[in-house]
Design a protein around this ligand. Structure first.
Ligand SMILES: [Zn+2]
Length: 456
């Protein structure tokens, strides 16, 4: 293990189980894994609008921090090409991709409200200059990362500009236009029999869950804020998958203010048995940063080290990983988190004092620390009893899983890319039940009040 400058002031340490685990996959040896980093700097130039909370600029901040800590020296670097239209069409519908490709802020003035509603255009998902290109850039990076994993060139492939988990087959949702996660998993399924998707964003990973709801080749596991109203409204513990996919969707609904210790304990106690039983040959982890404390749209109490501990734990199994970004609306903390998690994935320890020669140094004041204290803003509404009951219910669900279901390796099964009309209707019905328009608007109001409360 190498050490870049200084000491680590961990507030908690990795447990014995994590450090002693012997990888059960041979592709990653006991030496440091081969890590690749996939980033096209053009992605940070796009702008959703002055008041929109999604700031692609956060990726530039992340990049500056990584440069200042010299993390680039540790990894294989790739500036990936954009995803092609055909690649989008592997998951998204023709109509929707054509719409994304042709619409501009100017010509959208002429579109009817019906068309705008059909494609869910509004405050969350506005039409902005270059939105198609922006989507092609971040999706191209995730696909490139998946190709390096498939080729065995990387054990761990990172794309912080990806992880846009809400996008649906025929519409954008929650600031996400194209679902790069679904596209990458579809690509990985060409060679991997079983893929586990782990989502630690504040919000439910609904777009990914929906895409793989009917298959046992992808297990989706999402930890998120849930009260039936909070965006996107789905993610109750009762959503477990359907047909062949029954029990292969796992949802961990949490309440406001969860803290480091409770989150880590719950995460490990659920993820370990799931990995052992499902035996994925590849793991895709979405590391949305809005689950941190003090996030502009957030309501959890997590510190950067706790979030990173979940990444470290997954890495400890030695299974090839695709690591993606996601939400995160306080840019200085998003960049701190993803820089820290890059160091975790490279087995490198960073000086908690941010190097002072980066052009964006002022963003990190007044403490200029990689680990500002982010907990304690909200009361933890997750009692021990509640978390125990969530854990027990999920372990019960696990009992119904087949041990490492075997698959005939073939082309991607038709139930993933081409759903039958009946299946489409079923999923549509499930969405309609959980996505009442009034719930969405109440969430918007809540978000707006947070925006004024916690301006950047
Ligand atoms: Zn989110």
């Amino acid at each position: 293990m190498s050490n870049i400058g200084g000491h680590d002031t961990a507030t908690f340490s990795t447990d014995v189980k994590t450090t002693e685990r012997t990888p059960f996959y041979e592709s990653i040896s006991s030496k440091s894994p081969n890590v690749s980093y996939h980033f096209n700097p053009d992605v940070s130039k796009y702008h959703f609008g002055p008041h929109h909370p999604m700031k692609p600029f956060r990726l530039k901040l992340t990049d500056h921090l990584m440069l200042s800590y010299k993390l680039y020296e540790k990894m294989d670097l790739y500036a990936p090409r954009r995803a092609t239209k055909d690649e989008f069409l592997e998951f998204h519908s023709d109509d929707y991709v054509n719409f994304l490709q042709s619409v501009t802020p100017e010509n959208s003035q002429k579109l009817t409200n019906q068309i705008l509603a059909q494609f869910n255009i509004g405050d969350d998902c506005p039409i902005f200059d270059g939105m198609y290109d922006y989507s092609a850039i971040y999706s191209g990076a995730s696909l490139d990362a998946s190709r390096k994993l498939i080729a065995g060139m990387s054990d761990i492939a990172i794309n912080w500009s990806g992880g846009l988990h809400h996008a649906k087959k025929s519409e954008p949702s929650g600031f996400c236009y194209v679902n790069d996660i679904v596209l990458s998993i579809l690509n990985l399924l060409r060679v991997h029999p079983r893929i586990m998707y782990i989502d630690i964003d504040l919000h439910h990973g609904d777009g990914v869950q929906e895409a793989f709801f009917l298959t046992d080749r992808v297990m989706t596991v999402s930890f998120h804020m849930y009260n039936g109203e909070f965006f996107p409204g789905t993610g109750s513990i009762d959503e477990i998958g359907l047909q062949k996919g029954k029990n292969y969707a796992v949802n961990v609904p949490l309440k406001d203010g969860i803290d480091d210790d409770s989150y880590i304990r719950l995460f490990k106690s659920i993820i370990e048995p799931l990995i052992v039983k499902f035996q994925p040959s590849c793991i895709v982890q979405q590391c949305g940063a809005d689950s941190l404390g003090y996030d502009r749209l957030g309501c959890f109490n997590l510190n950067i080290r706790a979030h990173g501990e979940c990444v470290k734990f997954v890495k400890s199994f030695g299974i090839p990983m695709l690591v993606l970004g996601g939400g995160g609306y306080t840019p200085r903390n998003v960049s701190r988190l993803w820089c820290y998690e890059t160091s975790v994935l490279n087995d490198v320890t960073l000086d908690p004092k941010i190097p002072n020669f980066i052009p964006t140094y002022d963003w990190f004041g007044p403490d200029y620390s990689l680990h500002p204290q982010l907990d304690g803003r909200l009361e933890n509404k997750n009692s021990r009893k509640y978390l125990e009951s969530v854990k027990q219910e999920i372990l019960e669900q696990l009992r119904y899983l087949n041990y490492a279901p075997s698959v005939q390796m073939q082309e991607i099964p038709p139930d993933i890319t081409g759903l039958t009309q009946e299946e489409e209707d079923l999923i549509k019905e499930l969405n309609e039940n959980s996505d009442e328009p009034d719930e969405r608007s109440s969430q918007k109001i809540k978000d707006e009040s947070r925006t004024t409360e916690l301006a950047l």
